[in-house]
Design a protein around this ligand. Structure first.
Ligand SMILES: [Zn+2]
Length: 99
């Protein structure tokens, strides 16, 4: 799995920046990351259907806390108090490709 060389959390712009290599950088709005959360609260574990209504995620969503999970994923504590999601590098790359 490709992991980023650098991760920047731009709270002022509400953007997560992932530097994969010198000419490949993903910039994903926090809200988009949060809307793609795959935790058991946001996605039905059995059907894979999204439970979260993405429209309910605040437009001004921010990050209260960020941590790395091993060397393969990131965890966020969002300003709407949601914190159960785990975002692998692959998942973040997928989210970036959609936006
Ligand atoms: Zn979630």
């Amino acid at each position: 799995m490709l992991s980023p060389q650098n991760v920047r959390v731009h709270r002022d712009q509400r953007i997560l920046e992932l530097v994969w290599d010198s000419d490949q950088v993903s910039r994903i709005p926090f809200r988009t990351v949060r809307q793609n959360c795959r935790c058991a609260v946001c996605v039905d574990e059995f059907t894979g259907k999204q439970i979260l209504n993405p429209e309910t995620v605040p437009v001004d969503l921010n990050v209260l806390d960020v941590s790395l999970s091993g060397n393969y994923a990131m965890k966020f504590r969002w300003s709407d108090q949601h914190d159960s999601g785990l975002f692998t590098w692959d998942h973040l790359r997928q989210i970036a490709a959609q936006t």
